[in-house]
Design a protein around this ligand. Sequence first.
Ligand code: SF4
Length: 294
Amino acid sequence: MKVILAESAGFCWGVERAIDIARDFAAQGKRPVYTDGPLIHNSQMMEKIEAEGIREVGDYESSGELEIDESTKSSAVMVVRAHGISPERRKYLKSLGMEFRDATCPDVGFIAGKIHKHASKGYKTILFGDPKHPEVIGLMGYTNDCGYVVKSQKDIDALPPLGDKVCMVSQSTMFTDEFERLGEYLKIKYPNAQVIDTICGATKERQTDVVNLVKQGAQAIVVVGGYHSSNTRKLALLVENHGVPAYHVETADDIDVNALQKYEIVGITAGASTPDFIIESVCNKLGLCRELEK
Ligand code: SF4
């Protein structure tokens, strides 16, 4: 069995940056480092950073009140995740009296900026994404209460009359072809709609690499990443959309090597929140040696 690894497998720059920011504070020691919800959608990496003193408080959606020990507040730092937060959440976190450090991915900040700019000119926002994802919840906070999340043509059909000023953007990790298709569909109803492709470069790169693995002859692709990671799940779906079986695993322990032996060429890819030490162990288990970088 030949094994090939996608070039882009592993952390995207936004996730790496957020982890570095939190780790820099933790490395200084003596001060608690809190994150508003999980810093990264990967339980193995969460365990690792927790051992370094970075503690998740709050909930997945970054919406609940935080209970933080009063005695730690004056010395603690609150780090915002790469997914970003709404302006209201920012105000709330800043009101807690801790040092505030924003690790929102600049690519998410770019989307927020586009929404804010258009909303302040009276545009209604159509956001292509998952309404329950924290990035989408945060971005909706920039729409001046004039935002709608859509996932399908059916959702576009169900939109109320929106007037002439309509702007469409995407959650950073969606499929490019679906966004283009929905953008064209929206324009039938709103010919003057501003459709802005805000899918991030890291997502596009990972999606292109799946296609490249298929072109290189991969008959099955192992997709490594958290079962709750949106971008990892999407990669697995993309693999299947190309008619190739996807094996979504969280760690090397989840791999059934015997089940893969029937394939001559097996590809490996990983989500943007998958640490290198897990990719490394998956590669090793499948007989592909790879230098440990992170
Ligand atoms: S997936 Fe894209 S938007 Fe999200 S953190 Fe990574 S680079 Fe930033």
